[in-house]
Ligand binder design. Structure first.
Ligand code: NAD
Ligand code: ZN
Length: 342
């Protein structure tokens, strides 16, 4: 079969013929229809420091996809051939303390599909049945193919109650920040201020439902707050940029007692004004992946009851043009890029 492979320990990805994946007794084989490029895939493509220490080559990458079940292992009972599915990208061990207390998203032994084992940038992908999600047929393939990052956004946004709250989203035009804005709007937040440095992505954040989006390189959050007639700070912060500057700015504009979801991967050297955090009585929560599987339940139900994230999909191309997809991701003038495998 054809697959997009991290074949060499250097920048790039290679379209290759690889053997069909093995299907274990508790696995299903999915024929991929569409897959989406994630920031993680871009790290692997670029072969940055994180990729170098994480990825064993050769590796078929990709963990955002939708497809159809074409084979089931002998122990699989809940799914059948022809089911339209996607899959949770984190495989939890099922035995560690966190798994056993229902917190599989913070399993001690997580294995990432398309990171630690072969993934979905291929004609076929084999995954453990426990990870497989059959999503309501009325939700389009494209949207199902991005439910992994949508789940990051949902986990980030729904970690604290948002009804009537003033929310700040940093990294507002990145795919995850943008979808977090759509969710915050959908569940009834009051003001949603986005902060984003890319002009292309500022427009995306606006489309997704932000009340206002500031470019911190050009204007300030305080000014935006004045324009929105906000007197105190933000009740909720959704950090989706991974930028120390954005996080610092967020901390400075939180209202006392505020709560922050930290999704963006901040560098180790990030400095925090601890006294500000302490005297304001802020709560910080690290967000990893999606809650298994409550976030998936919430996503499906929100999509069925009117949540629209489709503006985040900005580019579509055939998988043989994957290089163009990575070029546009690298340049940053995009939301989600979808590869078509049909
Ligand atoms: P992305 O890099 O596409 O988006 C980040 C956005 O932040 C970009 O649009 C960028 O222009 C913007 N930005 C950069 N500096 C900024 C600043 N100073 N102020 C405001 N905006 C700024 O990433 P993404 O795919 O949307 O993911 C968001 C973050 O979450 C990334 O850091 C990613 O590594 C991380 N991530 C975490 C998890 C998890 O499980 N915790 C999962 C996926 C991604
Ligand atoms: Zn575990």
């Amino acid at each position: 079969m054809k697959a997009i492979v991290k074949a060499k320990a250097e920048k790039g990805l290679w379209l290759q013929d690889v053997p069909m994946p093995q299907v274990g007794v508790n696995d299903v084989l999915i024929k991929v229809k569409k897959s989406a490029i994630c920031g993680t895939d871009l790290h692997i493509y670029k072969w940055d420091a994180w990729a170098q220490k994480t990825i064993n080559t050769p590796m078929t990458i990709g963990h955002e996809y939708v497809g159809e079940i074409v084979e089931v292992g002998s122990e699989v009972v809940n799914y059948k051939l022809g089911d339209r599915v996607t899959a949770e990208g984190h495989i939890a061990c099922g035995f560690c303390r966190n798994c056993r207390r229902g917190r599989k998203h913070i399993c001690d032994n997580t294995v990432g599909i398309g990171v630690n084992r072969d993934g979905g940038f291929a004609e076929y992908v084999s995954v453990p049945v426990e990870n497989v999600m059959k999503i309501d047929a009325s939700i389009p393939d494209e949207v199902v193919s991005i439910m992994d990052p949508l789940g990051n956004a949902a986990h980030t946004a729904l970690s604290f109650p948002l009804v009537g709250e003033d929310v700040i989203v940093t990294g507002a035009g990145g795919p995850i920040g943008a979808m977090a804005i759509a969710i915050a709007r959908f569940v009834g937040a009051n003001n949603i201020l986005g902060s984003e440095t890319s002009e292309y992505r500022i427009k995306l954040a606006e489309k997704m439902g932000a009340t206002k989006v500031v470019n911190p390189l050009q204007s300030s959050i305080s000014q935006a707050m004045e324009e929105m007639q906000m007197v105190s700070g933000f009740d909720i912060g959704l950090e989706c940029s991974g930028s120390p500057y954005a996080f610092k700015d967020m901390l400075a504009h939180m209202y006392n007692g505020g709560k922050i979801s930290l999704l963006g991967l901040l560098p180790e050297t990030t400095q925090v004004e601890w006294d500000r955090l302490i005297f304001k009585g802020l709560t910080l929560k690290g967000i990893y992946g999606r809650e298994m599987y409550e976030t998936w339940y919430h996503m499906e139900k929100m999509l069925l009851s009117g949540l629209d994230v489709t503006p985040v999909i900005t580019h579509r191309m055939h998988y043989t043009d994957f290089q163009k997809g990575f070029d546009v991701m690298e340049e940053g003038n995009c939301g989600k890029v979808i590869l078509d495998w049909e």
